[in-house]
Design a protein around this ligand. Structure first.
Ligand code: ADP
Ligand code: ZN
Length: 238
């Protein structure tokens, strides 16, 4: 189906409000606005970045885009950081809601490039914040040669600081979707990852990536997010 975005009737354009209606909102064409714009009348090859806090629906959105690309008979490869083995394990991208697609675990940007098949048209990478900075050049190189690159990653670490390659990816991606979760404390929109150790806010000084630790995470808004420093009185912050 061919159509020009510019020629869409006004009512279609005003009905698109991602922040209120959610990303899966579709135009009357059945395509989401992003896909409508990109799949019609442009050369292939670009970077889409789905960024945000844990529980914000990044994996759901990545899985949704992958499924649609498969339906469109594109040759798709899905990767995810080997550091994420939550729920269904290492060989799937799984969501907090139980949705999943098969994925190849990778420990570096090099590994993505090594595993890539020459005829792949769509590359999706989940948990991209865990990969090294080489993912920036890798994603650019793939997009330059016509591959649709779909990346999903946590934009801030538990302290609220930019996470790994995410700031640069946010800058170079053609399309950025920043998702929010629901703050478990106040019910507002959540943008921050609250790390808890034994139910208490983790200290600022703790490592950015904890593997196999006793920690848990909650989605929280800026105002409910707590990251005490070692020299602060933690009980005052609870
Ligand atoms: P992400 O990849 O961003 O961590 P997922 O796509 O895996 O997120 O999961 C999103 C789903 O998590 C939501 O659709 C919802 O069912 C569930 N969920 C659990 N806790 C929350 C929360 N605090 N805010 C929003 N969604 C939540
Ligand atoms: Zn809050």
């Amino acid at each position: 189906m061919q159509f020009q975005v510019k020629s869409l009737p006004h009512r279609h354009l005003v009905s698109y409000d991602r922040s209120r209606l959610g990303l899966a909102t579709t135009l009357s064409t059945g395509l989401c606005p992003l896909e409508s714009v990109l799949f019609h009348g442009t050369r292939p090859g670009w970077i889409e970045l789905i960024a945000g806090v844990m529980f914000s629906g990044k994996s759901e959105e990545l899985v949704r885009r992958v499924r649609r690309a498969v339906i469109a008979k594109k040759r798709v490869q899905v990767f995810k950081s080997h550091l994420d083995a939550r729920y269904a394990g290492l060989y799937t991208v799984s969501t907090h809601d139980g949705g999943l697609v098969d994925a190849e675990p990778v420990d570096s940007s090099e590994a993505v490039l090594r595993a890539l098949r020459p005829d792949t048209e769509v590359v999706a990478v989940d948990e991209v914040q865990f990969l090294d900075d080489g993912i920036v050049a890798a994603a650019n190189g793939l997009a330059d040669r016509g591959v649709r690159v779909v990346l999903a990653g946590i934009d801030m670490d538990f302290r609220g600081l930019p996470f790994g390659p995410m700031p640069t990816l946010l800058a170079i991606a053609e399309i950025v979707d920043k998702l929010q979760a629901i703050c478990v404390v106040c019910g507002g929109p959540a943008s921050r990852n609250q790390r808890l150790v034994d139910g208490k806010p983790a200290l600022w000084e703790s490592p950015t990536i904890m593997v196999g630790g006793r920690e848990s995470y909650e989605a929280r808004c800026r105002h409910c997010h707590r990251v005490p420093r070692a020299d602060e009185d933690q009980t005052a912050l609870l």
